[in-house]
Design a protein around this ligand. Sequence first.
Ligand code: CMC
Length: 423
Amino acid sequence: MADTAFLELDGKRYEFPLVKGSEGEVGIDIKTLRAQTGAVTLDPGFKNTGSCQSAITFLDGEKGELRYRGYAIDELAEKASFLEVAYLLIFGVFPTSEQMQKFESAIKKEAVLDPNLVRIIDSFPSSAHPMGVLSSATSALIAFNPSSVNVSSEEDMYRAIVRIMGKFPIMVAHAQRKMTNQPYVQVDTSLNYIENFAAMMFKTQGKEYTQNAIITDALNKLLILHADHEQNCSTSTVRVVGSSHAGLYASISAGISALWGPLHGGANQAVLEMLEAIEKDGGDTKKYMAKAKDKNDPFRLMGFGHRVYKNFDPRAKIIKLTADQVLADLGVHDPILDVAKGLEREALEDNYFVERKLYPNVDFYSGIIYRAMGIPVEMFTVLFALGRIPGWVAQWREMRLNNEPIGRPRQIYTGETLRSLDR
Ligand code: CMC
């Protein structure tokens, strides 16, 4: 391929360099477009816009491939721990056992919440959605850890990273404990990251909690599968907020808010509510398929479709297998799993879905696993956020280390031209 792209505008020819990625993607570098031509590009939803060059996550939407730092997602989900994957995403190398020990023990040291932060979480009304609680609590972390991150100090950056990795799971678990009227529990330093999280989520007052390997293995896998997904809505939010030099926790708090929406991470809650509604309605999947295809009906088949995957979502494949396994191992028969499989079968044979390349995404089966574990539906998107923390941190760090300019798109103004008040 040539190294240059040409644009003709108003009879003049302009030249723009091409940028090529390590996996062959090609971008037209239009940094000088407006200065040269006076025009800007228009791309609502950024469907064709590369916002940055990134070395963290690669995905091929046509082939259904996803890799973190070059490693295939199925290999990582099978063979690695969530903390190893977090380290890999953030620092770019698979950790040695020494690096891992240091990382894990630094995270454990941070695994405690200031009692005033616990009080803030407790003071939300019991009807509050935990995503709102978590977004606020993450923002509040700044007040309890006031030193700002000096991005050119590796030590400062490391401290900020282990702090959020240590405190976020406790905030998540406490948000769930509050919903179920359980008091704050301290972490148990003899347990690993996932075991601790499971104990904090499921331990009931006055009772011992017995670890269940089916649950911890599934949690480990689910967190890995959610850990990063290049420039999606919440990650772009984190990068844009951070590009104003807002701190890491403020940027992540904004990312949590972006993730909450039902078109993004909020889809896992919406899927479960949809499957329950279909089941209650007699399991008539055809009726809901028709609604999803009806352009006059706002209903969409939640957990279907993806901006980038146009073949299949490799995460959904792994999660579907995991759902079968976990439900069988836990001895749970959930009729909504049958509804989900029925919907998938019908959609894969339906022209509307086939033509638009709409396949189950990461959110279609994950909620069925969380439900089998006894996690309330409002917590599903929070678990997505817990998995995504390393990705947001890695992307924020890369953006700051690359010294990226402030994110500030242009627009095409379509409002009134200059006019005067008529008085
Ligand atoms: N049900 C019915 N029709 C759909 C669906 C769906 N779930 N998704 C897309 N379409 C149709 C859409 O109406 C449009 O049809 P037409 O060309 O006739 O106008 C066409 O497919 C293309 O859709 P789009 O909305 O232009 O595609 P997009 O890339 O802007 O949106 C999406 C991607 C994920 C927001 C969308 O597929 C959707 O709303 N899915 C349901 C919500 C969901 O499951 N979200 C989780 C995404 S994966 C987790 C994450 O990383 O966020």
